[in-house]
Ligand binder design. Structure first.
Ligand code: HOZ
Length: 428
């Protein structure tokens, strides 16, 4: 691989061959403008670009890098697994160890099935919920993004929202009709949806803490309400914890909020940076999956030994719960720096933050759903984003994505980031 080409040269070549020059839309920088940088290596909290710039990274590969990039223990685990082969197409010992760790850390999960991405996990969980309940309709919330399967790409966040297509083209209206979309945090809307579709709702899927329209937390008691309403109507509750799992707490949002969902979708951290997803939950529901049950789901690379080895190493490092206190302190420091700078400068800002996830919305309206997230001043965010990037701090290139921290952000990285963000706000 040639590493001497600049980001600009690489992007020009990519544009000829890859739609938009990228393999995932948000990476194209279209909503913030400019040429995306290419990364040739990463270590700890730092990315090294093709142009030899060092950037303090607050995207953390969109979540997986909770221990920082290129962690020696994860690298060593992959190297050791590599000695034995890359893929077997048979069961392997790593996937059993992975299942044991997931079940231990997330008690609502009694059985788990591995996939190769979060999209596959949510898509399969929805099919399973439909098969189990023998109902067709599902409920999702506007701004929640659960990957790019047809049932779920309706009023979606992330790149779909960033690029102005929250309802993707290519989804038949007949499919979309089976997805009921409600505002996040709105109890009356949920009650009304169940009343309007009696006995028809298979499941409610939610990003328990939303990370794809920026970072948004539910109102106190909202998740408990969801749990009660779904149970009352015989619908399954699916927590999409692809981003939040093992990050907000070791047992995810469900541990922090003390909720027991029926199914949980996972990804990101459980792959240690390699492509992985998983879904799991109640044993009676999971046993509806083939080969035991009638709901089909499969994958050639599911439980891939390299991905499992990386994920196991990543999860093992979370046995030490002190990591979460460190992450909480780092997240709070960043939040306080941004809020203090904005206050001094008289700029309205909301910085929802929990542990190592955060967002910066330039608005005086508290952000609690899709509509209020859209009130954030995207032009101001763009200016802030570029001021940070010019000074070596990389935030997600969209006003509608969450920021992520890792344990490697301790020390110099967080000091420097607070300085840079403060100066960026002063310059707005
Ligand atoms: N959909 C991801 C963030 N919510 C972006 C993935 C990527 O571009 O790598």
């Amino acid at each position: 691989m040639s590493t001497s080409a600049s980001s600009e040269q690489l992007f020009a070549r990519a544009l000829q061959l890859i739609p938009g020059g990228v393999n995932s839309p948000v990476r194209a920088f279209r909503s913030v403008g400019g040429t995306p940088f290419f990364v040739k290596s990463a270590r700890g909290a730092t990315l090294i670009t093709a142009d030899d710039r060092e950037l303090i990274d607050f995207v953390c590969t969109w979540g997986p890098a909770i221990h920082g990039h290129n962690h020696p223990r994860i690298k060593a685990a992959i190297a050791a697994a590599l000695e034995n082969g890359t893929s077997f197409g048979t069961p392997n010992p790593y996937e059993v160890e992975m299942a044991e760790l997931i079940v231990k850390f997330v008690p609502s999960i009694k059985k788990v099935r591995m996939t190769s991405s979060g999209t596959e996990a949510t898509m399969s969980a929805i099919r399973l919920a439909r098969g189990f309940t023998k109902r067709d309709k599902i409920i999702k919330f506007s701004g929640c993004y659960h990957g790019h399967s047809d049932s779920l790409l309706i009023k979606a966040g992330s790149g779909a929202l960033t690029h102005g297509h929250p309802d993707s083209a290519g989804i038949p209206a007949s499919f979309a009709r089976e997805t009921v979309v409600l505002p996040y945090n709105d109890r009356a809307a949920l009650d009304a949806a169940f009343a309007a579709n009696p006995g028809q709702i298979a499941c409610v899927i939610i990003e328990a803490y939303c990370g794809n329209v920026g970072f948004i937390m539910p109102d106190a008691g909202y998740l408990t309400f969801l749990r009660e309403v779904t149970a009352k109507h015989g619908a399954l509750l699916i927590f999409d914890e692809v981003m939040t799992g093992f990050r907000i707490a070791r047992g995810g949002v469900q541990e922090r909020e003390k909720i027991v969902p029926d199914l949980t979708c996972l990804g990101k951290i459980i792959g240690g940076g390699l492509p992985v997803g998983a879904f799991g939950g109640r044993a009676d529901v999971m046993d509806y999956l083939a080969p035991l049950g009638p709901v089909y789901q499969a994958g050639t690379l599911s439980g891939n030994p390299l991905a499992m080895a990386a994920g196991i190493a990543s999860l093992r490092m979370l046995e030490d719960r002190h990591i979460y206190a460190t992450l909480d302190a780092l997240g709070l420091r960043l939040r306080n720096a941004v809020v203090a700078a904005a206050k001094t400068k008289g700029i309205p800002v909301q910085v929802p933050q929990c542990g190592s996830m955060f967002s910066i919305f330039f608005t005086d309206t508290p952000v609690r759903d899709y509509d209020t997230a859209l009130k954030g001043d995207a032009k101001r965010f763009t200016k802030f984003f570029h001021a940070c990037l010019d000074n070596g701090v990389y935030l997600a290139p969209s006003a509608y994505e969450a920021g992520f921290l890792s344990t490697a952000h301790d020390g110099h990285a967080i000091d420097r980031a607070c300085e840079v963000m403060t100066a960026a706000i002063n310059g707005l």
